[in-house]
Design a protein. Structure first.
Length: 203
């Protein structure tokens, strides 16, 4: 079963990234981003794309420039996640055949992102907007718009976010913190997946 959970491996290093990601994939989390402000992020992404590209959507996060999009494409990435809404980054991502999830907070940003070709929206920071804010946005967004709640979404509030219209989540520290072992990540992933399945009715 494919779950709309993006694992955010902020701070991960190339020597550990494959073992950590293997634990995630084994638990059913098959969307993985390495933020570009992680140590040697492009090397980690290249490793993941080579090993897991056939079974998982691998990409970069905290992507701010068109040049970074090009480097990600060269690494074999297929996913570009940003904290902001930059139409040039969105268009470059889509032109390269990759999926684009820009960070948005307001209706203006949401519609500008969609107009630029975004694959979906990263509602960020989710802790400031909350489920009530998402519910208001959902009233005006096109029905099929994919919205990921990021920053403030966690297993204990998946139900509230889903009820407000979240399509899925970007999950960071609830899955990985720098220094976590692969075994520790596996335990966290199992808990996140169980909460997600319970919240979404197994969809």
């Amino acid at each position: 079963m494919s779950r709309n959970i993006v694992a955010i491996l902020r701070g991960v290093t190339p020597p550990e990234v494959e073992a950590v990601s293997e634990a995630l994939v084994d638990c059913g989390i098959t969307r993985i981003e390495v933020p570009l402000n992680s140590p040697d992020a492009f090397a980690s992404i290249e490793r993941l794309a080579s090993r897991f590209g056939a079974v998982a959507l691998i990409g970069g996060g905290t992507v701010l420039t068109v040049d970074e999009v090009a480097r990600l494409h060269d690494c074999g990435a297929r996913l570009v996640v940003s904290p902001n809404m930059n139409p040039d980054v969105i268009r470059a991502t889509r032109s390269a055949g990759m999926r684009s999830y820009p960070g948005v907070m307001t209706p203006t940003e949401c519609f500008a992102a969609l107009d630029a070709g975004a694959s979906g929206l990263k509602l960020f920071p989710g802790s400031l907007i909350g489920p009530d804010g998402l519910r208001a946005l959902r009233a005006v967004l096109p029905t099929a718009t994919e919205v990921l709640a990021v920053g403030g979404a966690a297993p204990d509030n998946f139900v509230q976010w889903m009820a407000a219209g979240a399509s899925g989540f970007g999950i960071g520290t609830a899955l990985y913190r720098p220094g976590d072992t692969a075994a520790g990540v596996r335990k966290k992933a199992q808990a996140v997946v169980a909460a997600f399945d319970a919240s979404s009715g197994g969809q």
